[in-house]
Design a protein around this ligand. Structure first.
Ligand SMILES: Cc1cc2nc3c(=O)[nH]c(=O)nc-3n(C[C@H](O)[C@H](O)[C@H](O)COP(=O)(O)O)c2cc1C
Length: 167
């Protein structure tokens, strides 16, 4: 588990190899085991394999060109009627996303987080694209596929960001 945390990197090049349905289910299950405020689990996941929908997503999220090759896009959404209190779902969804990214890494899959929240224009465009209900907001996209690149991780531990007992 620790090695997965230290070795995970964003993958932006993918093989033309489909992702098995069973692996996808494991990713979603891992996401749903994340902590959430008061255990409200205010998330939904839209699994996109439709190339036309992915093409539209690339138009509204300008940093998602890797979807040209990625076989799957998962759009993580927050449900405002389920969150513990207003403003909690981004933290909850973020925890779910990280669980999913790490699970994918363990299964030999590559992923890339594609930001949507808090950019209002992207949130509105993705909401319309996926026909999300009024109370559901698009939090982020995740490109998923078998990696066609390997990336090294430089040391990220930064002692200057650690404060002991007080700042
Ligand atoms: C909130 C958020 C939004 C991101 N949006 C994008 C994006 O739109 N396109 C992209 O290629 N990567 C995106 N990333 C991935 C980051 O660029 C990446 O995590 C960062 O450069 C660190 O690299 P690593 O994931 O390989 O450790 C996003 C990451 C986060 C957490």
């Amino acid at each position: 588990m620790l090695s997965t945390i230290f070795e995970r990197r964003s993958i932006r090049k993918y093989l033309e190899k489909p992702v098995e349905e069973e692996k996808l289910r494991t990713l979603l299950r891992a996401a749903m085991y994340a902590p959430s405020a008061r255990d409200t689990r205010p998330w939904h996941f839209v699994v996109v394999r439709d190339r036309a929908v992915m093409e539209r997503f690339m138009q509204v999220q300008p940093y998602s060109r890797m979807l040209e090759k990625a076989p799957v896009l998962i759009v993580v959404c927050g449900d405002k009627t389920l969150e513990a209190a207003p403003g909690y779902y981004p933290g909850d969804c973020g925890a779910a996303v990280e669980n999913l990214l790490l699970a994918a890494c363990e299964l030999g899959l590559g992923t890339c987080w594609l930001g949507i929240t808090p950019v209002a224009q992207r949130m509105a465009a993705v909401k319309e694209l996926l026909s999300l209900p009024e109370h559901v907001e698009a939090f982020c996209g995740i490109a998923v596929g078998y990696p066609d690149e390997t990336r090294q991780t430089a040391e990220r531990y930064d002692e200057s960001r650690v404060h002991r007992d007080r700042w």
